[in-house]
Design a protein. Structure first.
Length: 67
């Protein structure tokens, strides 16, 4: 995870490429339910839910915690 921001969590996919995990993502809710704290720099597995080429946006979802 790169940054925690109001609309969700910004995730760095590669150098210069970022995506957003929306705040309402079930993966983020599972972490909260199990008492896991999210912190900047955490490594997560994320899947691509959508790509908007015109707006240059990538929407992601949390699959599972990696580290």
């Amino acid at each position: 995870m790169d940054r925690i921001i109001p609309p969700g969590v910004a995730v760095r996919l590669d150098a210069g490429v970022h995506g957003l995990v929306p705040a309402h993502d079930p993966g983020l809710a599972r972490w909260a339910a199990h008492g896991r704290n999210r912190a900047e720099g955490d490594v997560v597995a994320a899947g691509v839910c959508g790509i908007n080429l015109r707006r240059r946006q990538v929407r992601l979802r949390i699959l599972e915690e990696v580290c």
